[in-house]
Design a protein around this ligand. Structure first.
Ligand SMILES: [Zn+2]
Ligand SMILES: [Zn+2]
Length: 278
């Protein structure tokens, strides 16, 4: 049976393995920060209480269910200002799921049986959580350790990363990971993401950062991935996809692309054909 497992990522940083995603518990002298709350298959709040008794700050890298479904266990969650949830179709992610699910149900009525699982796994519960918006440059002082918020939009409009300046280490959420799911933000072109990736890389490289960890990455990686991935995704076209799917309710075809990389092993992405438009 699945249970949370932990691994030490760095000094005073615990990686909480949550199936397909990782949450990170970063401890200072007086406070601890939980970066993402995961899938909510178990009670993340109780689990974290078994790891630390320090005052806990909870932050989401972005508002996707595999990172935010456990939010309802907490009174307060910090999140990038452009991912601040309304739990309505004003939210990019909710609108995408709503449009596609409605169209799929209409075309294949038997799939309505899946509603319970869609609600459970794909739609984060509002709960009584207070959401506090974060701006680029905001800091968290954990006592002897300070973390800095840095925006890296694209995967979602409000994706943020956390910089640890003392360690020159970055926690990137899904903003830059092994496989960047661009289809979750259909209004963002791949070229805009590439520009953000190049900008982000330039800025953190100039500050001396060399390593980062994405939420789904099996290993810590060099920030050069961000720069090289930006070049790759900037050149993607619908024709370069190895698989294209028609999805009910979607504006264009869903494309799956992958390419080997000598330095980074593999680049992959899932995107809508229209996101290749300039
Ligand atoms: Zn995500
Ligand atoms: Zn994710």
């Amino acid at each position: 049976m699945f249970r949370y497992k932990t691994a030490k990522l760095r000094d005073r940083v615990t990686r909480i393995k949550d199936g397909i995603v990782n949450e990170f518990l970063i401890e200072g002298d007086s406070k601890a920060l939980l970066f993402d709350t995961g899938l909510d298959l178990f009670n993340i709040r109780e689990f974290v209480a078994s790891l630390t008794d320090k005052e806990l700050i909870v932050v989401n890298s972005h508002f996707h269910p595999d990172h935010a479904n456990g939010n309802h266990h907490f009174e307060k969650v910090y999140i990038g200002e452009r991912d601040l949830p309304t739990f309505t179709t004003d939210d990019v992610y909710f609108k995408l799921v709503d449009d596609i699910v409605a169209a799929v149900f209409e075309k294949y009525p038997k799939t309505k049986k899946l509603q319970k699982w869609i609600d459970r796994l794909l739609m984060t519960k509002p709960g009584n959580t207070q959401y506090v918006p974060l701006k680029d440059g905001d800091t968290f002082d954990l006592g002897g350790k300070t973390l800095v918020v840095k925006d890296f939009p694209g995967h979602t409009p409000g994706s943020i990363t956390l910089l640890d300046p003392a360690e020159r280490f970055i926690y990137a959420g899904d903003a830059s990971d092994i496989d960047i799911w661009m289809f979750t933000n259909p209004g963002c072109s791949l070229h805009t993401y590439a520009d953000e990736g190049r900008r982000y890389y330039r800025e953190v490289a100039a500050l001396g950062y060399t390593k980062y960890r994405g939420a789904h990455m099996p290993l810590t990686h060099s920030i050069s991935f961000m720069r090289d991935y930006a070049e790759w995704i900037d050149r993607l076209t619908p024709q370069k996809a190895f698989l294209k799917l028609s999805v009910p309710g979607a504006k264009s075809k869903l494309c799956f692309a992958a390419a080997p990389s000598r330095k980074h092993i593999l680049f992959t992405s899932i995107y809508w054909a229209h996101q290749c438009d300039r």
